[in-house]
Design a protein around this ligand. Structure first.
Ligand code: 8OZ
Length: 361
């Protein structure tokens, strides 16, 4: 069957931005920021510029504070050096005709004492250790036992998201994406497997979604809703996420994010194998803004999802690692480069900025 993929190359209004196509570069952790400062540098600029033909680039997850870091050499957005590094990235991407959002990240309990301020415990909604690993200077290691955030600290963490948004604007980004997916801090608050709090941030669905909604409100206040998106992974068990009833949880959240008029919902549609399938169309119905679908899409599946109204935009991760000119390749239905798993996380130019374009290969 041949699929008419021309819909991928149609314009789309995203918040207050006009996108020339429906193809999004997904956020991708690559662990190649400057050692010591975690500031982006010229090789990171080259990487994003190579991919500037995307309708939208969402950057790799970027910690909003030192406490929000969980892996080595992931970039930050909380120091002047980091803002300056990102300024060079956004300036070059814009010069190449692109649009770029910063993904703002706090890992919560998915961290290690060696990365935390003063070597302290990572923070989480509750003192429950995740059965997951992180990547450190000495290689992969189990995450550390976290401590529960004091209620006063929750206010400070929301403020860190606000400050990160101010920094993202200073750095020249077109918008920000709140990383509320994949088992990191916001997701840890959402799920009853990781959130055992008995205060206003735990228990009922209303209480467990409170932190996510307060973060979204703070970020919108620091910018405007049309420049803010959020990423969720309702059906993914990544980083030891479990929830007794995710459907009403994410439905409540999507309705509240819609009321805040966020530009987009970006959904990692990966599913727990064997679990009750999650109905993503319920989120599509609950949220009035743009829906970005992600995880496992091909050129054909993406076009089909857009034509059938299940998505407005589709984000590609592994395909974008290996194909800097993914938009051109999709337009020509050309063969794709294969991604090299061994160079995903950490290292230098190899497997990062040396994938050939169609012209070169
Ligand atoms: C892979 C390795 C480390 C972090 C995510 C930010 O899953 C990540 C991540 C992915 O959202």
């Amino acid at each position: 069957m041949t699929v008419d993929a021309s819909v991928l190359f149609s314009h789309h209004r995203l918040g207050t931005l006009d996108l020339p196509n429906r193809i999004v570069m997904a956020p991708l952790t690559r662990n190649r920021a400057t050692p010591g400062t975690d500031a982006p540098h010229s090789m990171n600029t080259d990487y994003y510029v190579q991919r500037a033909r995307a309708g939208l680039i969402v950057t790799e997850a970027t910690q909003i504070s030192q406490q929000g870091q969980g892996y080595i050499q992931t970039p930050g957005i909380y120091t002047d050096a980091q803002v300056e590094g990102w300024q060079a990235v956004t300036k070059a991407v814009h010069a190449a005709g692109g649009r770029i959002f910063l993904q703002m990240w706090h890992v919560g309990r998915v961290s290690h004492v060696s990365l935390q301020p003063g070597g302290g415990a990572p923070v989480a909604p509750s003192a429950i250790q995740a059965k997951t690993k992180t990547y450190l200077a000495h290689g992969f290691d189990s995450v550390s036992m976290p401590r529960a955030l004091e209620i006063e600290e929750i206010v400070l963490t929301v403020r860190d998201y606000y400050n990160a948004t101010v920094n993202a604007r200073r750095a020249g980004f077109d918008g920000v994406e709140i990383h509320a997916a994949n088992g990191y801090l916001i997701d840890q608050f959402l799920r009853d497997g990781s959130n055992h709090r008995t205060d206003a941030y735990g228990g009922s669905i209303e209480n467990r979604t409170r932190f996510a909604i307060e973060v979204a409100e703070a970020v919108v206040n620091a910018w405007e809703p049309g420049r803010v998106g959020i990423r969720l992974s309702p059906a993914s068990p990544a980083n030891d996420m479990t929830d007794s009833n995710p459907a009403p949880l994410f439905d409540h959240l999507a309705h509240n994010l819609s009321a805040l008029k966020l530009a987009y919902l970006h959904i990692n549609e990966s599913q727990t194998p064997g679990a009750t399938p999650f109905d993503f169309t319920s989120l599509r119905r609950a949220f009035k803004g743009t829906y970005i679908a992600n995880a496992g899409y091909t050129r054909e599946k993406a076009a089909e999802a857009i034509v059938e109204g299940r998505a407005d935009l589709v984000a590609f991760g592994k395909l974008y690692i290996a194909n800097p000119d993914l938009v051109e390749r999709f337009a020509k239905n050309a063969p794709l480069n294969e991604p090299d798993q061994a160079s995903f996380y950490g290292g230098g130019a190899k497997g990062y900025i040396d994938y050939p374009t169609l012209d070169a290969s």
